[in-house]
Design a protein around this ligand. Structure first.
Ligand code: ZN
Length: 208
């Protein structure tokens, strides 16, 4: 049976690069792939996946209400697909992750999803939570903190370059506003912004 894979990492681990290389490996052997990218990611214009090292490919954009199983089935019936790849998979709706498991289970097409595990507050994205729950294979891609340790957290910087503690989970436009960090340095950066009196996502222990 085909499997659903979730390749997760912090920012700037090279997820899009790995996605595009994987797609290339299929196409090099004459096999057809289908690439999805969320509408929300408009960094490179609609329906395009681009990696920081310059690889790029067109993709099918998806919104939160699109049925991905139906879309894949239609494409597969017109021209057989060997693999489906999803960039920024943290933006999938939970229902869409179930649809992608149907792509694997009903259509027998492997699905490779690439995305962030958590947001700037250390909370799971809905799509990532569903993928962690449902994927057959879960693989971590490594990003590196400035200290050399593995980076697992995504620090968001505000307009003044300070660590953001609150805000919407998704803010468009600004890969450069995120810094991948190890958990220790993430917490230190958050602590350095000072305590927030109301509903802070980062409860701090009182100094003893
Ligand atoms: Zn560190």
């Amino acid at each position: 049976m085909a499997k659903v894979y979730f390749y997760y990492a912090a920012m700037n681990a090279g997820k899009s690069t790995v996605l595009l290389q994987s797609s290339y490996n299929y196409r090099e052997r004459g096999m057809r792939t289908l690439l999805f990218a969320p509408l929300i990611d408009t960094r490179y214009g609609a329906a395009r996946i681009e990696s920081r090292i310059g690889l790029r490919s067109s993709a099918i954009s998806f919104g939160p209400s699109d049925n991905l199983l139906n879309r894949v089935r239609t494409e597969h019936e017109s021209n057989a697909l060997a693999c489906v790849l999803v960039d920024e998979a943290q933006f999938l709706a939970g229902e869409q992750v179930w649809q992608l498991t149907d792509v694997a289970d009903q259509l027998n097409i492997p699905v490779l999803c690439y995305g962030l595990r958590t947001d700037f507050q250390g909370k799971l994205f809905p799509g990532s939570g569903a993928l962690l729950a449902l994927a057959d294979e879960i693989v971590e891609l490594k990003a590196i903190c400035h200290c050399g340790r593995k980076a697992t957290m995504n620090l968001r910087l505000d307009a003044d370059g300070r660590a953001a503690r609150e805000g919407a989970q998704v803010e468009i436009g600004g890969n450069d506003r995120y810094v991948a960090m190890c958990r220790r340095h993430f917490k230190e950066a958050i602590a350095a912004t000072g305590s927030s009196p109301t509903h802070s996502p980062f409860p701090r222990t009182k100094p003893s």
